[in-house]
Structure formats: C-alpha cells, structure tokens
Design a protein around this ligand. Structure first.
Ligand SMILES: Nc1ncnc2c1ncn2[C@@H]1O[C@H](COP(=O)(O)OP(=O)(O)OP(=O)(O)O)[C@@H](O)[C@H]1O
Ligand SMILES: [Mg+2]
Length: 406
C-alpha cells in the first residue's frame, strides 16, 4: 500500500468515456501513474451530464477499475470540467498600495487579485480559474513579481475562466454521490495542456487542442503562463452525426466507419472508391462512398480548426505561438489530422504525449487519457504551491461554497 497523502486522482467525466487516473507524488517532483480505469460514458452529452444516475454508475465503474489497478482506495478527485458554457476572458484589478514606503506586500497582491476577481458576471456564472498575466506598478511595465516594488497603484491583468454554476454543480454532485470528495475542479483544456507541454513549449508559446467526443477544449500558453482557455461544443460525435446524414447510415455504423476508414484528407487515390456495408450475417447490403466519408470529416475538422484559429487571432495571441500546436483527445487519432491542422494554423502540429510522467504501462499514453493525466500534474502543482500562487487563486474557497450548495 502507498502513503495515502501522496496519492492524487484525476477524473474526467467525458462525453465518450469516463477516465479515472491514480497517481503517486514522489520526491523531487516525480509523478508516477499507478492505475487508470475507464468506462463508456452513457450519461454525458457535449461534455455535460444529462443523465445523473447513468453518469454515477459509469463514474463508479471507472474509479473501481482504477482502484483495483493501483491497489489504493480513492477518496477524493481532481475533476475536469468542460462544456460550451465555459469561456475565458481577460480582466484586471486595481489596488492602492498600503504603504508606498515599504513597497508591495503579500497583502497588497492578495488584495489586487481579489479585486481582479470582482467582476460583473452574468447571473449563475462562476469563476473556475483566475490566472495572473502580469502586474503594473504605477502603470509602468509588465512585472512578473511585484513584491517589494515601490509605488502607489498596483494593477494586475488576469485571464479568467468561468462556467455556469448549475452545470458545474451537476458534475460535482455526480462525483459526491459516489462518496468521493472533489478537491478541485479544473478546466479540461488546461489539464490536457499541463499533461503535454514541456516547460520550454509553455515558454515559447503553444496551442493545445483536445478534440473529444462532444467538445473541443483549447488552451494557449505563452511566456510560461496560461493566456487563453476556451471550448467549442463540437467534437467527434459531430463527425459521426455528419456521416449519419451524408451516408444515410445508423449512428453506430457511422461511428464504426469513422474509426475504421476515416481520415482528415481526401487523397486522389481514393476518389471514386466505395465501401461495402454488410448486415449482421456478413451479407453485402449496399455501398457508401469513401470519398464522401473523408470529405465530410475534412470539412468538419477544417471548420473546427478555423474557429479556434480565429479565436486565438482575435485574442491577439497567434503570433505568440512559436512552439506550435499539440492535439489531444480521441480525435487526435484520426489519420492525417495533424497535416490538416498544419495547413489551417500554418504552424508545426503534433499529437500530444504525456511529458515527464512515469507511466505504469506505455499503453496508457494515449491522446484520450491526457486530460485525466494532466489533472495529476495540476494536483501536483496545486499541492506544492504556496497558497497565494498559481492558476486558480481563491478557487478552493469558492469551490467549497459550490460543493456545500451542490
Ligand atoms: N481512431 C479514431 N478515429 C477517429 N475517431 C476516433 C478514433 N478514436 C477515437 N475517436 C473519437 O474520439 C472521440 C472520443 O474522444 P475522447 O475519449 O477524448 O472524448 P471524451 O473525453 O469522452 O469527450 P469530451 O472531452 O468531448 O467530453 C469519439 O468521437 C471517437 O469516435
Ligand atoms: Mg475529453
């Protein structure tokens, strides 16, 4: 058995699968994966729970499998959250420095961060993360660490990620109903980025896109910090639905065709080719066009990449992405998807691999598990970090409030 205090658990309640990852925090910042459990997800649509009982059942199954593999008892989890209700935007805070002679103190920093979190959010919207971008003292420069600096006015620019309170509560409630505590909630796109980006890539600037079953979560890091988070309520299920309409086949057949024959490009050599569909007895029933299948996938994926590129450009961050784009999520498995993303983004693109984490089994290093794995990295940073630092200043208290209300 392991020292329970060194155990951290990530849980992703995804649209296609539920994934629980058990990790051990080892000395010198080493993170080891002890177990991973997954179950098919039947109660989630577009990243949000629509059937509570079913979701609870699936969560229990995934957690039990992870417990058995890791040989630990899971009591609490870091929970990934996603959905079209999640958005990221910039805000700023202002504070008059208490004693200009002494300079900026910890107390001043706390206060200016508190002010940055005070904003007029639409009713029922809740802050998930407040990420500091830079400080200014008396309107000068972009300061990373203002402690001790002399001046009168302290300002901070922050990136804020918010979600709908009721929807966040649903996720928390589902986890609590299987007798687990939620230590923190974490935006899924941030979790995936933490799993795959090296310190250099975060510094040089990288876009991470996690294309799952029901959502595409994205996050931009530059200068070592999270600059932008966002979600499109579009994922692999939409590719499947497009194929249902275009090929006039059932949902399950479309899903199978997508996985077995799908790709992100229509190559010349497959033009005019057809696929024979058979019934349960293996008898041919009809044919569908392989070219149409791939064209439909190409168009939907291209549109998804273009939407994200537009958002990144509008946020003024495109030129800061120098390390390139990293794809995660089950759709990162689609053949030639990196080549299509390269075309749209005009940047190098690769499929994400977990960075600097000891895998129990290399087979777990798959793009659809990266959100769950990234939650462990978040947990590691969260536990090591002094209270006032980090991605999610103040979330812990707010979360406790959410959970009490959940
Ligand atoms: N080889 C493949 N080819 C094409 N699509 C694939 C392949 N493998 C997985 N997918 C697709 O990936 C999607 C599932 O990805 P993932 O497991 O990351 O989703 P999820 O985390 O459950 O969903 P979300 O994060 O959107 O709530 C499904 O649409 C599935 O069809
Ligand atoms: Mg996912």
């Amino acid at each position: 058995m392991f020292d329970q205090s060194s155990i951290v658990v990530g849980l992703e309640v995804g649209t296609s699968k539920i994934c629980a990852v058990v990790g051990e925090l080892q000395p010198h910042g080493v993170l080891r994966i002890l177990g991973l459990g997954q179950s098919k997800s039947n109660g989630v649509r577009k990243g949000e729970i629509v059937d509570m009982e079913q979701a609870e059942l699936d969560i229990r199954r995934a957690v039990q499998e992870a417990e058995q593999m890791a040989n630990v008892e899971v009591r609490s989890v870091y929970l990934a959250v996603t959905g079209g209700h999640i958005r990221g935007f910039n805000n700023c805070g202002l504070h008059i420095i208490q004693d200009p002679e002494v300079g900026v103190t910890e107390e001043d920093v706390k206060e200016v961060m508190r002010n940055a979190r005070c904003m007029n959010l639409p009713a029922q919207e809740e802050v998930i993360h407040t990420v500091r971008q830079h400080f200014q003292v008396d309107g000068r420069g972009e300061v990373r660490e203002p402690l001790g600096m002399s001046g009168q006015r302290l300002e901070v620019a922050v990136h804020v990620i918010t979600g709908q309170l009721l929807r966040l509560q649903n996720s928390i409630r589902a986890v609590r109903s299987v007798h687990l505590n939620v230590e923190e909630i974490v935006f899924s796109g941030l979790a995936s980025a933490l799993a795959v980006l090296s310190a250099e890539e975060k510094q040089e600037g990288a876009l991470v896109m996690d294309i799952g079953g029901g959502t595409t979560d994205y996050a931009v890091f530059a200068g070592g910090i999270l600059r932008l988070g966002g979600v499109l309520a579009v994922g692999g299920d939409h590719l499947t639905n497009d194929l249902v309409c275009a090929l006039k086949v059932s949902q399950s057949r479309a899903e199978q065709l997508k996985v077995d024959y799908g790709a992100a490009f229509v190559e010349d050599r497959i033009r005019g080719q057809t696929l024979d569909l058979t019934n349960d007895l293996g008898m041919p029933i009809r044919t569908v066009s392989l070219e149409t299948l791939r064209r439909v996938m190409h168009l939907r994926l291209e549109e998804t990449f273009e939407l994200v590129r537009t958002h990144v450009e509008e946020a003024g961050l495109y030129d800061l992405i120098r390390a390139g784009v990293v794809l995660c999520g089950g759709c990162a498995r689609i053949p030639q998807v990196t080549a299509l993303a390269e075309e749209v983004f005009d940047l190098p693109v690769k499929v994400g691999r977990a960075q600097g984490i000891n895998m129990l089994n290399p087979a777990l290093d798959q793009p659809e598990f990266l959100t769950g794995i990234g939650l462990l990295r978040f947990a590691q940073q969260h536990r090591m970090r002094p209270v006032r630092r980090g991605f999610m200043h103040g979330l812990a208290e707010r979360l406790r409030f959410l959970i009490q209300r959940g």
